[in-house]
Design a protein around this ligand. Structure first.
Ligand SMILES: [Zn+2]
Length: 90
């Protein structure tokens, strides 16, 4: 029997996937939104597939606004796309 795997919903495609296969998007207590490749940053989190398409869908659907109950300037999504292209923040 498989062990119970924690599932999270991608804010882009809205599929439930194992947490480890998703990238955490975190809003820090200071209000800064960034990708959290290691899942260690403090703040409220949402999850997205490591796929630019999912980020784009999230942008269209204003999914992060909903996840964080806060307005997201376009620059936030641009920054997330850049971070995803770079593929890691160290
Ligand atoms: Zn997705």
């Amino acid at each position: 029997m498989p062990k119970k795997i924690p599932l999270r919903q991608c804010v882009g495609c809205r599929e439930m996937k194992p947490k480890k296969e998703l990238i955490r998007v975190v809003k820090s207590p200071e209000g800064e939104v960034s990708l959290d490749f290691k899942g260690k940053k403090p703040g409220r989190g949402a999850y997205v597939c490591p796929d630019l398409e999912c980020l784009k869908r999230a942008r269209k659907a204003r999914a992060l606004e909903r996840a964080f109950s806060a307005p997201m300037p376009d620059g936030v999504y641009d920054a997330l796309e850049e971070q995803m292209k770079e593929g890691g923040d160290g």
